[in-house]
Design a protein around this ligand. Structure first.
Ligand SMILES: C[S@@+](CC[C@H](N)C(=O)[O-])C[C@H]1O[C@@H](n2cnc3c(N)ncnc32)[C@H](O)[C@@H]1O
Length: 386
């Protein structure tokens, strides 16, 4: 997502949206009560984002794009998907004829990729989408039927990961939307930060961390009075994909860092962030279901999650897109045609600039049985390591 404005007084939600949030609050409070008064933050985040019919991604409001809460790279510019298509085309030419996209949002990336892969003569035989939100699945179906009707028969939707696969798996800004645990270091011990109900909302409350969280915290050697996130679910998702991948590539694009930067002593309040109508703030308890909640990705944990796969590359989004030819795509539009060129140049600037998405966003590729180096990691800055 592009960097939003900082919170400067949020626009109040309309009454129908607040009614949905009230229903979701009732559900969350019932669950807190049934759990004895305390819920791990990861479960709160899961309900706030994915509770059927009520969670942020499951309810019907518009989330992505200028009219929503945030803008992702494929929503921002077709150049993103067109450049990425060149990486996918290289893999399709290596005989990988299935693409699986996780969390396809509004379907814009799928449509751009399919159109570009057709233009490159490298269409996959099948394009599967695994989407946890029923509402977004409907939006994806409508968008693909409208924009690439001649290619829509290649697309199908999955409810679960395939048993085994030879495929190119892609996920843009999905790992940051997977629920995280929050921990706090007190007196050298890891506490899990959970959620309790208060008279008018929720508050944080700590309990001693369980074995998995305590071990993950211990591995990072965090100082006292340090609060951060630990994701157990995102590496588990990658591990699951890795086990099923007979041959192919897992390609994740997201904002985040390697562990040494993620758990830097100065980042002592973590990376949790909420987005509401292009405002960013740090209160996950505000209007559950009406705002996005995300955390940055610990790419070291992602790379470690599937040890049987090769690490095929890790670099910044800017370097990856440049290697895939984004500047040539832009240069193909005559600068004299200002009406077409100017907006594309501004979009490329956002995707590539270190002050915008170019450096904060990273691309990591894990794979089995493919020829490396992959196009996106073939040249340039090698300073990104995990
Ligand atoms: C921030 S949006 C990104 C959407 C899109 N990829 C884009 O770049 O515009 C996160 C997406 O991931 C989906 N999602 C979250 N967890 C998922 C999971 N475990 N499997 C598949 N999709 C998931 C959400 O429903 C949503 O579509």
């Amino acid at each position: 997502m592009t960097l939003p404005q900082q919170n400067s007084g949020l626009p109040p939600p309309p009454a129908d949206a607040l009614a949905l949030s009230t229903q979701l609050n009732a559900l969350i409070r019932r669950e807190i009560s049934a759990a004895g008064g305390w819920l791990p933050f990861a479960r709160y985040m899961e309900l706030a984002l994915y509770a059927p019919g009520l969670g942020y991604y499951s309810a019907g409001s518009r989330k992505l794009g200028a009219a929503g809460d945030f803008v992702t790279a494929p929503e921002l510019s077709p150049l993103f998907g067109r450049a990425l298509a060149r990486q996918l085309a290289e893999l399709v030419r290596q005989g990988l004829s299935d693409i699986l996209e996780l969390g396809a949002g509004s379907g814009v990336l799928a449509a751009t990729l399919l159109a570009e892969l057709a233009a490159l003569g490298s269409l996959p035989e099948r394009y599967a989408i695994l989407e946890v939100s029923a509402d977004l699945r409907e939006r994806q179906q409508a968008h693909l039927a409208q924009t690439v009707p001649h290619l829509a028969d290649r697309v199908h939707w999955l409810d679960t990961q395939p048993g085994s696969m030879q495929a190119i798996v892609i996920a843009n800004e999905v790992l940051d939307a997977v629920p995280v645990h929050r921990i706090r270091i007190e007196g050298s011990a890891a506490q899990e930060m959970g959620v309790v109900a208060t008279a008018d909302g929720y508050a944080w409350a700590c309990r001693p961390a369980g074995a998995a969280l305590a071990a993950a915290a211990c591995a990072q050697q965090l100082p006292d009075d340090y609060e951060t996130e630990i994701s157990l679910a995102a590496p588990a998702l990658v591990a699951d994909l890795g086990r099923r991948l007979e041959r192919g590539v897992l390609l994740f694009i997201d904002y985040g860092f390697p562990a040494r930067e993620f758990y830097h002593p100065q980042r002592n309040r973590g990376t949790l962030m909420c987005h509401y109508q292009h405002h960013a703030h740090a209160d996950p308890f505000l209007w559950p279901g009406l705002q996005d909640i995300t955390a940055h990705v610990d790419f070291s944990a992602i790379a470690r999650a599937a040890p049987s796969l090769d690490l095929l590359g890790y670099t910044s989004q800017a370097q990856f897109l440049i290697n895939c030819g984004i500047t040539e795509l832009l240069a193909a539009v005559p600068a004299a045609d200002a009406a077409r060129y100017a907006p594309l140049a501004a979009q490329a600037q956002k995707l590539l600039s270190p002050a915008e998405m170019g450096e904060l966003f990273k691309v990591v590729a894990l794979g089995r049985g493919v020829t490396a180096p992959l196009l996106g990691f073939s040249r340039g800055d090698k300073s990104h390591t995990l």
